[in-house]
Each structure stands twice: as structure tokens, then as C-alpha cells.
Ligand binder design. Structure first.
Ligand SMILES: [Zn+2]
Length: 414
């Protein structure tokens, strides 16, 4: 019989990125000295790289295999989030002019987006703190992830979304039993409302009061890619950017793996993908890695990326610069075309954010960013079935008659 092992964290405390103070991991979510952002710091010195690797490889087929590199212990009861496939995508690669493309298909998580990862870590922390209510500000996918995790753990959930959020995503979150609050205004206005409520209510606001923990869950995409590549870093990663948390934690994950000697020292370039109608990070990168200027009125069909004032915007620009990476901003027309392209070449239906990533990869390839033998990982973070996507041209309805079928589809049958 297998022994049940509680998978522990190597968390040392929370380090302030502004003043450098190390703080205990209690209920604080900003630095007690300067109100700066605080991030988990780990003590991995007592384990060799081989011990750490063995511990990870013997773990569950979920993100909890990386528990030593996460800020919470593995929760007792949780569904399997993470350990999603990394596919070679030669047909897409040929179509967009890249020698080796790999797709990290994170639309396969329980609520069909990568947001299940940060939420899994945030919920584990909420349970440690004994909170009974979860909440979030969301552009859609996070709402579903929080609502699903709350249902699974018997917690109450309030999710706040802009009124323009896709109906399918709102309906999904409501179906899990969450109270869905639709707010007039942009995501950034919803975010400000939640910031106020987070001060007034003792709720687990996953992207405010639990943010130091929540953001760490995003590291696991990169961890998995590396393990799936045989403990090798890819040469390039293309990351869709909304708040910037996924991009900055991709950089953190790379640094952590290098620090623990789990991978060789070699460059892994991080590139940002944003829609032209809301590209504060890509614009800053392409404009010489300058400071991010907020976009007041985001206008893009990639609504999950419509965050005009990204919390980790400047952090993303710095991480890209340090990695030697670049960025692309792509039109909505290119996004739709690339949603269709990935569906037709690789059999995957992605939400517009995925189209943004594919279109950005194509734009970067045209600029000669990738070497012929280099591996390029594309993060696909959400499934098309959750919301509006490129609607294919539907054909007329036919009778159940083979002759009618053959005549209606003569062009396809050839
Ligand atoms: Zn501080």
C-alpha cells in the first residue's frame, strides 16, 4: 500500500520587493513597513537538486507535485489542477514559420482555463487561514475558477466582473453557485471596487488579499513545460499578458529552477502577447522597455486580456528585458484568423487569448526572433467553449438524405 505523504512547502517567509524586508507569512498581503508588494521566498538549501527532482517526480499528476516550490502545503481535498499536456505542433509551426512549436494546452483544467492554478494555491491558503468566503475581480476566466473551487471546498464566493464579460463565462460562474456581480465599467474600475471591499470584508480576495500566494500558482505552467521537456528550459516562451502575473511568475519560475540547479544555465526568452486594443506591456517593450502607460478604454475581442492598468505591468517589462525577450501586439482580425488557424492545424479550440498568442508568435517569427533549431512554447490559457470565439461559417441544414448530402457538400467531397 502506498504511503500517504504530506507534501510540504519550503516557504521561508514573504520578501518585500520594494524595501527587501523579510516578513512572516501571516495574513498580511503588503509589506508592513512600506506597503510594497511581498513575494514568497523559499529555503531549498537543505535539499540537493536530485532530492528535489525525485520528490517532484514522485508527486501527484497535478500542480501539487511542485509543492516544495509553492507557498502552501498540499491541501487534503482538492481536484487535480495542472499537469496539462505539452504538444509538439508541427502543422501550426509550418503555417506560422517556426521550426519547433510546442503548445502548453492549459485549457484542460477543471474550469477550462489556467486560472485554476493560481486559484488552487489561493484556496489552499484561504483554508489555512480559516476563511469562509472567496472573492475576485475578473475578466471572466478567474470568475469561473474561483466559483468552481469555492463549490468544491464548500465556501461562499463573490465574483466581480465588468458588465461586458462574455455571457457564457458569467453563466458558468453562476452555475457553480457563486454570486456574480456585474459592474458597469472597465476591469480596472471593477478592480478598484474590489480593492475597497478587500479592506472592509474578511474575505479571501484571491487577487488582492491572497495575491502573494495566488500569483505563485502561475509558476507551475513553466515548471511543467520544463519537466515535460526532460528538465530542459525551452528557448522561448510566449505568454499572453493581462495583469502580467503569469509573465512575471514565468520569470520567477525560471530563476527558481536555475537556483535549485534543476535546469542548466541557459537563456529562456520570455515574450509578451497582447491585442493591439489593449497592449500597455507590449507597447512599452517595443518602445525601448519604457514604463507602462495605462490604457484607459481597452477595445479588443480578447476580453480576458482587456486590463488597461496591469498590476504586474512594469514587472513584466523588466522580466522580458532581463530575459532578452520581446513582444508583439496583434489586431483583432489577426486574432480571429489565428483562432481558426490553430483549430484547423492542431485540432484545438482556443479562446481569443490563444489567438493572440499564435498571432504574436507569427509576428515575432516574421521579425526573425527565433533561430531555426530553437523551441518555442506557446501558452494556451483558455478554452473557446467558455465564451465567444471565431464563429465558423455554418452551412445550410440538410434533410437526412445521402443524395442531398453529396450535392450540398460536393465542393468538400471533391
Ligand atoms: Zn517593504
Amino acid at each position: 500500500m502506498a504511503t500517504i505523504v504530506t507534501r510540504r512547502t519550503a516557504l521561508r517567509g514573504l520578501r518585500c520587493r520594494a524595501c527587501g524586508a523579510l516578513q512572516p507569512a501571516d495574513e498580511r498581503y503588503v509589506c508592513a513597513d512600506c506597503y510594497g508588494p511581498i513575494e514568497p521566498e523559499y529555503d531549498l538549501a537543505s535539499r540537493s537538486a536530485q532530492e528535489l527532482r525525485d520528490e517532484i517526480e514522485s508527486g501527484p499528476r497535478s500542480l501539487w507535485r511542485y509543492a516544495p516550490l509553492l507557498p502552501v502545503a498540499e491541501p487534503v481535498s482538492h481536484y487535480a489542477v495542472g499537469w496539462t499536456p505539452l504538444h509538439e505542433a508541427p502543422r501550426l509551426g509550418t503555417a506560422i514559420g517556426i521550426g519547433r512549436v510546442l503548445l502548453k494546452d492549459d485549457s484542460r483544467n477543471p474550469s477550462l482555463s489556467f486560472k485554476d492554478r493560481p486559484v488552487a494555491v489561493a484556496v489552499a491558503r484561504a483554508l489555512e487561514l480559516g476563511l469562509d468566503t472567496l472573492a475576485c475581480a475578473s475578466t471572466g476566466n478567474l470568475a469561473g475558477a474561483v466559483a468552481a473551487a469555492a463549490a468544491r471546498n464548500g465556501l461562499r464566493a463573490f465574483v466581480f466582473v465588468p458588465a461586458t464579460t462574455d455571457d457564457e463565462k458569467v453563466a458558468g460562474a453562476a452555475a457553480y453557485g457563486a454570486t456574480v456581480v456585474r459592474v458597469r465599467g472597465t476591469y480596472d474600475q471593477v478592480n478598484r471596487l474590489c480593492g475597497r471591499l478587500a479592506d472592509e470584508e474578511r474575505w479571501g480576495f484571491v487577487n488582492f488579499t491572497l495575491r502573494p500566494y495566488y500569483a505563485e500558482g502561475s509558476k507551475t505552467l513553466l515548471f511543467e513545460c520544463v519537466e515535460q521537456l526532460g528538465w530542459r528550459l525551452p528557448d522561448h516562451v510566449i505568454v499572453p499578458v493581462g495583469s502580467g502575473a503569469l509573465l512575471t511568475r514565468t520569470a520567477t519560475a525560471i530563476a527558481q529552477l536555475k537556483g535549485a540547479s534543476l535546469v542548466d544555465e541557459k537563456p529562456c526568452r520570455i515574450h509578451a502577447a497582447q491585442p493591439a486594443g489593449c497592449a500597455p506591456v507590449s507597447d512599452a517593450v517595443l518602445d525601448g522597455y519604457r514604463v507602462v502607460r495605462p490604457v484607459r478604454d481597452p477595445a479588443t475581442l480578447a476580453r480576458s486580456l482587456a486590463i488597461g492598468a496591469p498590476a504586474d505591468g512594469d514587472g513584466s517589462v523588466a522580466a522580458i528585458c532581463e530575459s532578452g525577450g520581446s513582444a508583439a501586439s496583434v489586431s483583432d482580425a489577426d486574432v480571429l484568423e489565428c483562432c481558426e488557424l490553430i483549430a484547423r492545424t492542431e485540432g484545438l479550440l482556443v479562446e481569443p487569448a490563444g489567438g493572440v498568442v499564435v498571432a504574436a508568435a507569427r509576428a515575432l517569427a516574421r521579425r526573425g526572433v527565433f533561430g531555426a533549431d530553437e523551441s518555442v512554447v506557446l501558452y494556451l490559457t483558455g478554452n473557446a467553449y467558455k465564451g465567444s470565439f471565431a464563429t465558423p461559417r455554418l452551412t445550410d441544414v440538410i434533410d437526412a438524405d445521402s443524395d442531398e448530402f453529396r450535392s450540398a457538400y460536393a465542393g468538400v467531397l471533391g
